[in-house]
Design a binder for this molecule. Sequence first.
Ligand code: NAP
Length: 526
Amino acid sequence: MAPRIKVAPLPEDLLSAYLVMTANVVGRFHENEERQDIASPFLDEPFAHVYVGDEEVVDFAFGRARQAQQRWAETPIKTRQQIFRDFHDRVLKNRELLVDIVQMETGKNRLSALDEVLDVVSNARFYANAAPRLLKEKPMPGAIPGLTRSKLQRTPKGVVGQISPWNYPLALGISDAIPALLAGNAVVAKPDSQTPFSLLSVLRLLYESGLPRDLMQVVTGSGRVVGSAIANNCDYLMFTGSTATGRVLGKTAGERLIGFSAELGGKNPLLISADADLDRSIREAISACFSNSGQLCVSIERIYVEEAIYDEFVSRFGTAVNNMRLASGFDWDADMGSLINADQLETVETFVENAKEKGARVLAGGRTRPELGRFFFEPTVLVDVPNDADLYCDEVFGPVVFIEKVANLDEAIAKANDTSYGLNAAVFAESETGWKAAGKLLAGGVGINDGYTATWATVASPLGGMKDSGVARRHGDEGMLKYTEPRNVAEQRGISMRGPASLPRKTYGTLMANAMLWGKKLKFLP
Ligand code: NAP
């Protein structure tokens, strides 16, 4: 039985009513009566429900979104900016409620839930500020200087499809949609079936800020039905989830010849140099490995420590992890919360048992904690993990990390890069050592003396995965430009590109060759 918890600041029945109301308002186009109960890792009983969508509902959502998008594309950028600036403030004002809802759906600790709110406001602020710069028409150097006038224009893709996972349902539900909407698109989104309310709740705030109601549609339901239908209807697909699903959706996007952005899995390494500050390394490593109970794409699952400090790090890190406070509930004290569900608990347990059978030693954790809640698993540190243990290469996506001794940073870098993934990596070291090592790590984000929060929170710079960890990027200019069609509009003035009509073709050929030659030499051609 799940422990009794106090829902704060809203009483449980009021929160439940709010959630059902939110689902009804947003999901107003659902005509079938099939409902899905939504459970909380904190509770024994479902706490709300949503309607289950199907292909027909997705078609309907796209129809409404397409109409709304045409009007929205004509809406001045200043108006769009204003909506998202208002949304920024509204999210901050309602942060306690949003954090409650995220915690309720996922069972994560409060600090990890707050991270989601901060991510949403950072993206709203950054893209509201950046939109005019990124979307404005830009004059380009023409083919014939002075005679060819060219402009780079960016038009919206149309309706962007978005499919997101359960681990950061608020941040991954809305933050990637913000640049898409600001760029003039509509969005049809599918949250994970287990965690629809985080997105539905924040979307209400976006409507209150003035977003036209049909411009962003949420269709709840399964990935197989609703997710596939979205992939088959959209003009660009933004996906966050597992590498396996990413491959399936990549095929659809390839067949339909639409743009595709995929943020996928990782097996993220952390390197600890002999010159690292140990106190700081231990604090940061705990955050890097166990935030959101390790159910984080950029979470650290392997630590390579230089031998000079290996024994001390292992001993102090093990003690610190053993002292972490696990709890259900809505206060700020818990260092770690629950896993999301029984499947996730079983996956984590199976990985740990497999490693133990192969000879790994448990330095901290390693057990389920049913007295704290149905899906609790201790933050777990393993050593002596042989390379045939499943978790040596495979992503656990849970609170499990292993530590390995290395002779030097070069060996650590080689091991770190020896993976099919390339999402996140970190190095804890003196600044100069850290930057040198960072340059050799093959990952879309690399933290120095920080596990992942500094790269994730730096929304002005693009972030994503190399190799099997993804395609395209979120954040930064790329995070908005991918939702646009760049096009080249060129006006030829005065003389034709083919020269005067009377010019013989052979002379034209000689003139063009000379122009290219001198254009390069004298740098008057771009
Ligand atoms: P998943 O199984 O791929 O599910 C993610 C989303 O895709 C869910 O909404 C799911 O819907 C939907 N889906 C599943 N199969 C689909 C299909 N055939 N067609 C269309 N949609 C489909 O991922 P997960 O296991 O829940 O999430 C954990 C994984 O996501 C981990 O590997 C993690 O590393 C990765 N992740 C990556 C990032 C990143 O930014 N790189 C961030 C977070 C998580 P339903 O579940 O509702 O059916």
